[in-house]
Design a protein around this ligand. Structure first.
Ligand code: 0PR
Length: 361
């Protein structure tokens, strides 16, 4: 096979990153292991327990239950599934802000629950009044996002918890992207801050593990039991995961990355990424663009479509928010030099755009 994977030197929109060298090495070593069959692959199974212990530490949960999933999508689907299975009603609903990831649409479709999507306020966070007026006795789950995909915003998690409790619903926090930066901020987002029942927190995003390594955490193993099915021909007796055969590489790389980086390495990474985001926001603002302030390391700015397209044509891997703003995610592989080179390209494009077209006379 001749083809090489892409380089990361122009990747500005991904929520994944180059795995940490120790994560890469662990992934290679554990390629031929399957945590879906703990009776046959006990060492990767033990590693998965370690991964959940550490994820619990990151997310303020002393006795965590959970597993390493294929990603945030699976974790979100499983959280909706737990909540759906716990309510008596035949017509359960899930209330979430419009900023929540599209994986909840998949969850609702697969699981047959009604999705009630409420607006965000002017700070791009869940509008609490709208959430309050959308929940009812058939609400199985309220979703809060801790680090939204488009703007990196953190919903008011404790308040969402109160609303969920007022109707006996569960609270799920989607920290798939934000989970490894939020511990170093003042946000209230985790199990220790609010009555959170389940959480998505992905080592394969800010956690610098290899893909696939998502995380599903639950406050208690009873919650996870809602997902368990019997596995008669395996040595283990039941399975709570969505997929059967799973990636031991993902599990091992998650443990290796977290062993290496939690907490100091992740803290340094957060500070560097946040500084980069603020530098870029400042550079874009100085050039007259409307910038959504980066409260986490993610910058959105109102750059014209033609400029956006020209930057993509130059090889920059950038993406847009639902309303069309340029979106740059300051992941660990994003350096200041990359951002400076990106802004340099932007300047050259804008100069060209402002040069009047030469006339013939
Ligand atoms: N929750 C949040 C808050 C997310 O941002 C994402 C993914 C998910 C859940 C779903 O996670 P998985 O993709 O692991 O299932 N957010 C990014 C997105 O959809 C994922 C992404 C990753 C996109 C890498 C591009 C990319 O190169 O935009």
């Amino acid at each position: 096979m001749q083809i090489e994977p892409q380089a990361f030197d122009r990747v500005l929109s991904s929520m994944c990153t180059e795995p940490h060298p120790v994560a890469r090495e662990a992934a290679e070593r554990f390629l031929a292991t399957n945590p879906g069959d703990p009776g046959t692959y006990p060492s990767v199974s033990a590693l998965e327990e370690e991964a959940i212990e550490t994820l619990g530490e990151v997310a303020g949960l002393e006795e965590p239950a959970g597993y390493i999933a294929s990603g945030g999508t699976e974790a979100n689907i499983q959280a909706v599934r737990i909540a759906r299975n716990r309510v008596a009603t035949r017509t359960p609903n899930v209330v979430m802000p419009e900023s929540a990831h599209f994986s909840f649409q998949k969850a609702a479709d697969v699981l047959g629950v009604e999705l009630r999507i409420v607006p965000t306020d002017e700070t791009h966070r869940a509008d609490l009044e709208a959430v309050r007026s959308s929940v009812d006795e058939e609400t199985a789950l309220v979703v809060g996002v801790a680090g939204t995909t488009e703007y990196g915003r953190v919903d008011p998690i404790p308040e969402l918890g109160e609303i969920a409790r007022s109707v006996d619903a569960m609270l799920h926090v989607d920290a798939a992207w934000g989970g490894f930066v939020l511990p170093f901020t003042d946000y209230e987002w985790h199990f220790g801050h609010a009555p959170v029942d389940t959480m998505a927190i992905d080592p394969h995003k800010m956690g610098q593990a290899a893909i696939p390594a998502g995380g599903l955490l639950a406050r208690s193993s009873t919650l996870l039991d809602e997902l368990a099915v019997d596995t008669p021909y395996l040595e283990s007796t039941s399975q709570a995961t969505l997929t059967g055969t799973r990636s031991g590489a993902g599990v091992a790389s998650a443990v290796a990355a977290m062993d290496e980086l939690w907490p100091d390495g992740y803290r340094r990474q957060y500070v560097r990424a946040q500084n980069n985001a603020e530098w870029l926001a400042d550079a874009l603002e100085k050039r007259g663009y409307d910038v959504v302030e980066p409260t986490l390391p993610l910058v959105a700015a109102d750059v014209p479509r033609s400029t956006f397209d020209a930057l993509r044509a130059k090889g920059w891997r950038i993406s847009r928010t639902g309303t069309g703003e340029l979106r740059v995610v300051c992941m660990p592989h994003v350096t200041r030099e990359m951002l400076a080179s990106f802004v340099g390209d932007l300047d050259r494009l804008e100069v060209r755009a402002s040069v009047p077209v030469a006339s013939d006379d």
